[in-house]
Ligand binder design. Structure first.
Ligand code: AMP
Ligand code: MG
Length: 326
């Protein structure tokens, strides 16, 4: 069985093609990069509308699978920006109807877990999902992926991008902050906001920008933001692992590409006799392959969706998904 997935919850539109063995036959993307300011949902949606058809063509050519041999169309149903979600859902419906193939809507956060499970062969991990818009600690229990902890305000990647934008870095700032942090020496005190199992980043952003205005070295600030934010994430991930008694931890989301975050979580895992897994970089960030793969799992477990049931859900909760494939 061959599944084609379209991702388009936020800044990136991506088309992936996977087979039943979770082999990624193609995974191609385009990302909006506004010259100034943040991402405007409607502009991003226009970008996705322009790119989605060329990306489908590119994916099909790369995978060397003619469209008629695709068995399933999957798309990101939520959570995300409304105009972006509607654009990719429309593309998916048009494709499914014209090819007369089944269509399935996929929860974006669940897709980050499933591609990690599929590619890293870890069967039952706690997922630290750290991306631009989302930051959640997720684990499977009794038929659902449960959110054990999450950000109370902005996603960790969003915090990095906003800091970067204010100090003059292009989007996405995460990789540049990682680079600067390597030259950091002096740890600056920033708010360490862990509230039970939840985290919060906006106070840290405000404090870091304040220090920047007072002339603190950028390298020291990048270093301090990483040390503080990633320690918070590692702490709540460890608590979730202890609570649900799991010995695997999986990273997902664009921030999971960060080597310092990986090193901190790896150390925590080693200290508790657990194992850390990180998918390939292109499968950490938002991508179509994870949507294709999760859609394939859903379809194989018997899920079917009529076109009328493919409405998008901007606030699609991770724990609202009935995990019929586990
Ligand atoms: P996603 O939302 O999952 O597609 O991931 C995009 C987010 O990941 C953006 O906020 C980026 O700044 C962030 N990101 C990408 N690479 C890195 C990195 N090496 N370190 C920190 N953040 C990163
Ligand atoms: Mg994501």
């Amino acid at each position: 069985m061959i599944s084609l997935g379209i991702e388009g919850t936020a800044h990136t539109v991506s088309v992936g093609i996977v087979d039943e063995a979770c082999r990624v036959l193609a995974n191609v993307s385009a990302t909006v990069r506004p010259e100034t300011g943040g991402i405007h949902p409607r502009e991003a949606a226009n970008h996705h509308a322009e790119k989605v058809v060329p990306l489908i063509e590119e994916a099909v050519a790369k995978a060397e699978v003619p469209l008629r041999d695709v068995d399933l169309i999957a798309f990101s149903q939520g959570p995300g920006l409304g105009p972006c979600l509607r654009t990719v859902a429309t593309a998916a419906r048009a494709l499914a109807l014209s090819l007369e193939k089944p269509i399935v809507g996929v929860n974006h956060c669940v897709a980050h877990i499933e591609i990690g499970r599929g590619r890293c062969k870890c069967d039952d991990p706690v997922l630290l999902y750290a991306s631009g818009g989302n930051t959640q600690v997720i684990a499977y229990a009794a038929g659902r992926y449960r959110v054990f902890g999450e950000t109370l305000d902005i996603g960790v990647g969003n915090m990095l991008d906003k800091f970067g934008r204010e100090v003059g870095m292009p989007f996405p700032a995460g990789p540049l902050i990682e680079k600067h942090a390597k030259e950091g020496k002096e740890l600056q005190a920033l708010p360490y906001s862990v509230k039970g199992m939840d985290v919060s980043f906006s106070g840290q952003l405000t404090a870091a920008l304040g220090l920047h205005r007072r002339g603190v070295r950028l390298e020291d600030l990048c270093f301090s933001i990483q040390e503080t934010a990633f320690a918070m994430l590692t702490e709540v991930t460890e608590r979730a692992m202890a609570h649900v008694d799991k010995d695997q931890v999986l990273l997902g989301g664009g921030v999971a590409r960060n080597r310092r975050l990986q090193a901190m979580v790896a150390r925590m895992a080693a200290d508790r006799g657990a194992t850390m897994f990180v998918p390939e970089g292109e499968l950490c960030v938002d991508n179509g392959a994870m949507i294709a793969w999760t859609g394939l799992l859903q379809h194989k477990s018997g899920q079917r969706m009529a076109v009328e049931e493919t409405l998008i859900d901007q606030r699609f909760r991770t724990d609202a998904v009935n995990v019929t494939w586990r």
